[in-house]
Design a protein around this ligand. Structure first.
Ligand code: ADP
Length: 409
């Protein structure tokens, strides 16, 4: 930024007019480029602010006695002057300051016998990390590969341990099945009076024990179903079946348990549900898990409804119904069946609606269970390419619904 400079009077030195050094320094400072002026022997006479900043920022103190040839150009003065004596008054020379390598333009002014040096480029020398500690890309890739392999090995090991645990629990559960069936058989025999008359008190106690035994049987078979699903043994037996028969058989099986708890069970199945291909046992099991939960969570005097009706599932490909049918119904022909179990129990807070379908998740700790009923139902329904969900709010009961597509392959 060059402003107006007041020129001081020149002094006479011999027959030469000489400007005072302070004035020349001031002039040099108005120049944006790093500039230095040195005597023939290399002693620095002047250095402008830019050059000073440049040197200092590269760890080179601008102390008095700094020599152009020795400290900056790293060359012998003789070599430079040899060039000048060949007629060249202006030459390029590398200059090394700290870690920076730059070019310098060195000009000789024969009259005062000065050298004017302009530092030209200030590119940093690529000063990479210490080669001893430098990690090459190759090494990094190898390290990543090793980490990946270790992780994979650990994951596979965990998976195997998990599988062994499931197999162990499944065989333990399997071992429980037979003695439980025997115990249940004896309860039936006793309650039927085949082994002698029972007092009312004895009957009550036996009935309660039988209930507990049945619950244990259900828990064991729930776990066996889960471990079978876990070990990838879920194979659907798809046959042309009647869903109404399937659900009717189920509700009849549960009537007694509902009566014992004084919970009303209403079952209604739309007569227009056609037969379609599905796995009878697996759909029955999914619905049974929902009924089991509904009964478990509904207090005495409450009610549970099991319903099934044809449904048009928009996400699935609609089958174009004949014209007269389309005139009669506003919606396209149903492509699935909707099965729902509604109860008048305590309901489920919205934040649990997703997680209750996960393995071993239990929200209500006051009831018995392993947190598998809904997880199993979900797997069974999804295996049919269907979906299952819950609608509920705390204290208003719950409605569990699943959709079964009728176009099973
Ligand atoms: P479990 O019944 O063995 O605990 P589930 O997977 O069948 O396992 O159910 C998971 C959780 O969902 C239960 O612990 C309970 O908190 C909640 N739940 C399921 N069905 C109902 C229902 N009908 N009413 C209220 N809560 C329910």
């Amino acid at each position: 930024m060059a402003g107006r400079v007041a020129i001081p009077p020149m002094t006479e030195e011999g027959n030469r007019a000489v400007l005072p050094l302070g004035f020349v320094r001031g002039l040099l400072d108005t120049i944006e480029k790093p500039l230095m002026v040195a005597e023939r022997n290399g002693n620095l006479l002047l250095i402008n602010t830019r050059a000073k900043q440049f040197l200092e920022s590269h760890g080179h103190p601008t102390t008095p006695g700094l020599n152009l040839f020795k400290d900056l150009l790293k060359t012998d003065a003789r070599k430079i002057f040899d060039e000048f004596e060949k007629g060249e008054h202006d030459l390029e020379h590398p200059i090394q300051i700290g870690g920076a390598k730059s070019g310098a333009r060195v000009r000789w002014m024969p009259e005062p016998d000065w050298l004017v040096v302009e530092i030209e480029n200030t590119t940093e020398t690529p000063s990479g990390p210490d080669p001893a500690t430098q990690i090459t890309v190759q090494e990094l890739l190898q390290e990543r590969e090793i980490t990946y392999r270790n992780l994979l090995a650990a994951y596979l090991k965990l998976q195997e341990v998990n599988r062994q645990k499931t197999v162990f629990l499944a065989s333990a559960a399997h071992e429980l099945k037979t003695p439980l069936a025997v115990i249940k058989g004896y309860y039936d025999l006793l309650l039927a009076g085949s082994l002698g008359r029972l007092t009312d008190k004895q009957r009550d106690i036996l009935e309660e024990s039988k209930d507990s035994c049945e619950r244990l049987v259900r828990l064991v078979s729930m776990f066996l179903n889960y471990s079978a699903l876990e070990s990838g043994k879920l194979v659907l037996q798809l046959r042309e079946n009647d869903l109404r028969d399937c659900l009717d058989e189920l509700s009849k099986r549960w009537v007694e348990a509902f009566q014992r708890k004084s919970v009303r069970l209403d079952a209604s199945f739309d007569p227009s549900i056609p037969t379609f291909r599905f796995d009878y046992q697996k759909v029955q099991q999914a619905a049974a898990n929902l009924l089991d939960n509904a009964l478990k969570h509904t207090p005495r005097g409450g009610s549970v409804t099991l319903r099934a009706a044809p449904h048009f599932w928009e996400r699935r490909v609609a089958v174009l119904a004949p014209v007269e049918e389309r005139r009669r119904f506003r919606l396209p022909r149903p492509n699935s069946v909707e099965v729902s179990v509604t109860d008048s129990g305590p309901g489920i807070a919205a934040e649990h609606h997703q997680e209750i379908f996960e393995d071993f998740v239990r929200v209500d700790r006051n009831t018995s269970g392993m947190g598998l009923g809904l997880a199993i139902a979900k797997r069974l329904i999804q295996a049919h390419r269907g979906k299952i969900w819950v609608e509920s709010e705390s204290r208003t009961g719950s409605r569990f619904t699943f959709l079964l597509p009728m176009d099973q392959g």
